[in-house]
Ligand binder design. Structure first.
Ligand SMILES: [Mg+2]
Length: 236
């Protein structure tokens, strides 16, 4: 099978951004007058759960009437996402948030070889696009085959929906697609979609179980440089 489509996750795979979700929650807790803060360890335990579970926990702390849950969740999610994007934007501007090693090179090479490149992010679309623009620039974003985000699918990772949607939108069979991921739930989504998956764990996912990964490496540069040819050989 030839490699016909590369789909990259965003958070943790392109940028070490997973921790910005935690930081955004903590700023949000401060804004809400809550004393709770999530340490990296606290957050890491919650990373495997879906966003809704985290908001359910925060909702319990707020002690609001049960029938206000949905409205509160919407409001908190919107605010948390705004905080998340602005924290990332500020750090990218101040060059405090570097790209993960090898990402710019490999994704650039994928595009130069004429292989379509898509993004599959659990993030809401406007936020994913804003982070992609800030990190990779206008030209990169306009060269993407598609950007599939959390609000495009009903079921988030570890369900395969987002990767299947990316393949469908690009008209490719899942067996011809290769996914770049950083977490176990992302890997599960790719494998359940029937795709090849290269995992470079982000800092919050280092303890995850990556059984089934076609390549598991510290980064796209270490221990060995992962090239387009490497990806092609995995799918072949
Ligand atoms: Mg990720």
């Amino acid at each position: 099978m030839p490699l016909e489509l590369v789909v990259s996750d965003l958070d943790g795979t392109i940028l070490e951004t997973e921790d910005y979700h935690r930081r955004a929650y903590n700023v949000l807790f401060g804004e809400l007058g809550l004393a709770q803060r999530w340490s990296k360890e606290d957050y890491s335990k919650r990373l495997a759960t879906m966003g809704g579970e985290k908001f359910r926990e925060v909702f319990r702390w707020l002690d609001r009437p049960a029938d206000e849950f949905e409205e509160t969740q919407k409001e908190l999610y919107a605010r948390k996402t705004k905080l998340y994007v602005s924290l990332i934007g500020a750090d990218l501007n101040q060059q405090k948030l570097p790209m993960r090693p090898g990402v710019k090179r490999l994704l650039g090479d994928v595009l130069s070889e004429g292989i379509p490149l898509a993004i599959g992010s659990a993030c809401v679309k406007w936020a994913a696009l804003e982070v992609l623009h800030a990190a990779m620039g206008e030209e990169f974003v306009s060269s993407l085959a598609t950007v599939c985000a959390g609000d495009d699918v009903n079921r988030k990772k570890p369900h395969p929906d987002i990767y299947l949607l990316a393949a469908e939108q690009c008209g490719e069979a899942p067996a011809n697609c290769l996914v770049l991921e950083d977490t176990a739930h992302g890997l599960q989504a790719a494998l359940k979609a029937g795709m090849t998956c290269v995992v470079t764990p982000s800092e919050l996912a280092l303890g995850d179980d990556f059984t089934g990964a076609h390549i598991l490496a510290e980064s796209l540069e270490v221990p060995a440089r992962i090239e387009v040819e490497t990806l092609k050989a995995l799918v072949d």
